[in-house]
Design a protein around this ligand. Structure first.
Ligand SMILES: Cc1ncc(C[n+]2csc(CCOP(=O)(O)OP(=O)(O)O)c2C)c(N)n1
Ligand SMILES: [Mg+2]
Length: 347
């Protein structure tokens, strides 16, 4: 692995893990059912994005197509810790989190294909939607601009005594924007129920992390705000789930925010148009050995939670769901041209 994943906590430590299994320090191992749901969502995310790339290459997707290949354990494992009443503010690599929070395959397909009956009525082709019924507030494009919004929602939750936690994400690149720091300054002092996850996927577009920061770990920034900081292996769903659970529980108890750096690799280009020739092939080959979806599959097969037969059943179920959603979206109309700008500009 080119970038060592350091697991030592800084600042205020999380409680100590209770037992050790499969070389992982586990606090509370997910139950068999939870493991299978984690697996389903990670596999669904991977396959959904493959479908999106295929449709993009066929010219059926207008605009950009982003994937979170390499990030499935982070997006799924983190959102898995949330309850219905919690708020999710996902970024552009977090498709899996939308599924976990309850968004349907059809809605996300309509959204990616920009159809008139999508959640943004065809105004967007990725994840820039809000679905208040599920408490999902999809990404604001301007990097880090979503963090103060999420912080504001965390403040509202606290004032209303809702006990709802707000989870949001930012990339390694985006974590250098001022909004990131301003939000943590406020959230820490006010002990807001905010969990901020930095997805350190080694690149911000074509800029490698070595040209972005010289700190040893991005989670070290937590020290400056007096909050817990944790660096985790973002390809390991067990680790993501357990550390995020701890951070979410802590936030719910009113003990304030946490910062989690999840180390992973952006296995594709920035978006579908980007061949990422600037990423050394050797680096990609090394990270390929640590594919999060293959990792959970191997783990569950070794624990006999997943059998080859059950794996096939999941694959078929997911293929059917994706066929249904793609067909439904392709048959759905674009918004009428005269309505396309409605609700976009304030008049
Ligand atoms: C303030 C701002 N600057 C630049 C951009 C253009 N932009 C969009 S994504 C991106 C790279 C983001 O890298 P990172 O934060 O590491 O997230 P990743 O895409 O790697 O997940 C850039 C430069 C933007 N959207 N907002
Ligand atoms: Mg990045």
């Amino acid at each position: 692995m080119a970038v060592a994943v350091r697991k030592k906590s800084v600042g205020i430590s999380f409680s100590q893990p209770r037992k050790k299994a499969n070389g992982l320090l586990l606090r509370i191992a997910p139950s068999k059912e939870k493991y299978l749901r984690l697996y389903y969502y990670m596999r669904l995310t991977r396959e959904f994005e493959k479908t999106i790339l295929k449709l993009y290459r066929q010219g059926k997707i207008v605009g950009g197509a982003y994937t979170g290949n390499g990030n499935e354990a982070t997006s799924v494992g983190s959102a898995f810790c949330l309850k219905k009443e919690d708020y999710l503010f996902p970024m552009h690599r977090d498709l899996g989190a939308h599924f976990v929070k309850g968004q349907s395959v059809r809605n996300l397909m309509l959204q990616h294909l920009g159809r008139g009956n999508s959640l943004t009525c065809g105004r967007d082709g990725t994840g820039h939607y809000a679905d208040p019924s599920l408490r999902i507030y999809g990404n604001i494009s301007h990097l880090a601009a979503m963090i103060p919004v999420a912080t504001g929602v965390a403040l509202a939750s606290k004032l209303r005594k809702e006990k709802s936690v707000v989870m949001t994400y930012i990339g390694d690149g985006g974590s250098n924007v001022g909004d990131f720091h301003e939000s943590l300054a406020m959230a820490s002092v006010m002990k807001l129920p905010l969990v901020l996850i930095i997805e350190n996927n080694q690149y911000a577009y074509s800029t490698p992390i070595a040209k972005q920061f010289i700190a040893e770990r991005l989670s070290d920034r937590a020290v400056g705000y007096g909050i817990p900081g944790f660096t985790i292996d973002g390809t390991n769903v067990d680790e993501v789930y357990q550390v995020c659970s701890e951070a979410v529980d802590r936030a719910r108890r009113g003990e304030g925010p946490a910062l989690i750096e999840s180390v992973t690799m952006r296995m594709h280009g920035h978006s579908a148009h980007d061949g990422a020739e600037y990423v050394p092939k050797k680096l990609l080959e090394e990270w390929k050995e640590n594919d999060p979806v293959a990792n959970i599959e191997t783990l569950l097969l070794s624990k006999k939670i997943l059998t080859p037969g059950l794996k096939l059943e999941y694959e078929r179920k997911i293929a059917d769901e994706l066929d249904d959603a793609a067909q439904f979206a392709l048959e759905s109309p674009y918004p009428p041209a005269e309505e396309a700008a409605e609700g976009v500009f304030a008049v």
